[in-house]
Ligand binder design. Structure first.
Ligand code: ATP
Ligand code: MG
Length: 428
């Protein structure tokens, strides 16, 4: 399904170190997300090495694809392999000129550093001069590092926004690029994205596909772009309407939420982690974890968010049987009778963590992460979860999870977060 009616944009990421697999590209995905959120249809993300011909070809490719905007990343530094500004200038048919104000600006930024390190003089002057070269008629954006970003118009399009490579710098310069007159003018022609997002837990993609087929039988859904993606065990469904299909998107949004209400995490894009944090805060509850196979991953996930000290009491990694008994009071006889991986022990871990850490909710996890250690009764991927509260509520699960050791441990953490959300919602 395609939205069709949106202006197109492209991203060109430069850097030979990205092509060799030395470092993963962080700018392409970040910029795509930004452009999609602004309402563009992203035509492609190209990654090219530090070779002028390849960069020029990538720019032409984007122009030929009818892109109104191209954003480049990297190659703005002072070394010889930093050639983006030159190539973009040639692409736009604009000669390079020294921007004296920018040179003074970069000089001032580097003065302290040069004095401190002694790396001044001729070498620094040349570097500064190179970085202050701006295509005629282009706009230079104040640098976050030493290289300024550029906004370079081209006769007949596309507009090219040139950003520095280091992700922190790229993200720091981006708002100024958006705020520049040429980009603002371009944005007036971009219909706002207004995406509708739904998140589901425990729902296979095939169910969404079936619902869409069903709804598509009685109405035209072609003007709404539907993307589904599995992230942290949640099925994320994004509905992106075109300029004239907002009502259809709304209808889809409501129908999908209603038909799969049992698995719905949120219908406004909020994540499980966000919702758990909010619900714990709203109740004034604290949570404690007793983890075996996840080895602290759940506790780590719970403290990911700033301000988590308000609702996380703590966690205990009780990996050996002895640790389960000594640290969380799991009776040795219980382990002997039922096994360390059992619903009984999961419950004892939850109770032990909650009581010993003085929390309102306790969560216990024990499972066979694999690849070894599975038995017929308790195969690899068998994981027992239990959540207990001070007021006597108990929520338990013992699924068999697919995948590698890493998959099982990660998915276990996702399931525990979802269990916590369920418990918090149940008592609302
Ligand atoms: P500098 O003045 O720092 O050289 P630059 O604009 O020339 O800025 P690059 O030389 O392309 O940037 O990249 C500098 C460093 O930034 C790279 O070595 C890499 O560590 C990081 N970097 C660049 N592009 C990316 C990217 N797409 N994803 C992740 N890291 C990147
Ligand atoms: Mg560089």
């Amino acid at each position: 399904v395609s939205a069709g009616e949106r202006p197109r944009a492209a991203v060109v990421v430069t850097g030979s170190e990205l092509l060799s697999g030395t470092i993963p590209d962080r700018n392409g995905p970040w910029l795509s997300r930004e452009l999609v959120d602004l309402g563009f249809e992203v035509a492609h993300v190209q990654v090219v090495g530090d070779r002028p011909d390849d960069l020029a070809a990538a720019l032409r490719f984007a122009a030929d694809a009818g892109c109104a905007l191209v954003v480049t990343s990297g190659g703005l530094g002072p070394t010889a392999d930093d050639l983006t500004a030159d190539v973009v200038a040639a692409f736009a048919g604009r000669p390079m000129e020294l921007d004296e104000a920018m040179r003074a600006h970069i000089d001032a930024r580097l003065a302290d550093w040069a004095a401190r390190t002694g790396f001044g003089g001729e070498a620094l002057d040349r570097a500064t001069r190179k970085q202050a070269m701006v295509p005629r008629g282009a706009l230079a954006l104040p640098p976050a590092g030493t290289a300024p970003g550029l906004v370079v118009p081209r006769e007949g399009g596309p507009l090219v926004v040139v950003l520095p490579g280091p992700p922190r710098e790229l993200q720091a310069v981006w708002p100024a690029a958006l705020d520049s007159a040429p980009v603002r003018e371009l944005l007036t022609a971009v219909p706002p994205a207004h995406p509708r997002s739904l998140r589901f837990f425990g729902l296979p993609e095939s169910e969404i596909a079936a619902t869409l087929r069903d709804l598509g039988a009685t109405r035209d859904l072609s003007g709404v772009e539907v993307t589904t993606c599995l992230r942290r065990s949640e099925l994320e469904v994004d509905l992106r309407p075109g300029p004239s299909t907002g009502a259809v998107a709304d209808e889809l949004h409501v129908e999908l939420a209603a038909r799969h209400a049992r698995h719905l995490v949120s219908d406004d894009g909020r994540s499980t982690d966000e919702l758990v944090a909010e619900a714990l805060l709203a109740r004034g509850w604290t949570v404690a974890t007793g983890e075996s196979c996840t080895g602290g991953m759940l506790a780590s996930r719970l403290v990911d968010r700033a301000g988590s000290s308000a609702y996380v009491a703590g966690g205990v990694v009780a990996y050996s049987n002895e640790a389960k008994t000594a640290l969380l009071g799991v009776p040795a006889e219980m382990i002997a009778a039922h096994g360390a991986v059992s619903p009984q022990v999961a419950r004892a871990l939850a109770d032990g963590a909650r009581e010993r850490l003085g929390a309102d909710v306790g969560i216990g996890i024990t499972g066979v992460a694999g690849p070894g250690g599975g038995t017929e009764a308790k195969p690899v991927g068998y994981v027992c979860f239990c959540l207990t509260t001070g007021d006597g509520r108990v929520l338990a699960r013992d699924p068999r999870l697919p995948g590698s050791r890493a998959d099982v441990r990660e998915r276990s953490t996702d399931i525990a977060m979802n269990l916590l959300l369920r418990a918090l919602r149940a008592g609302e």
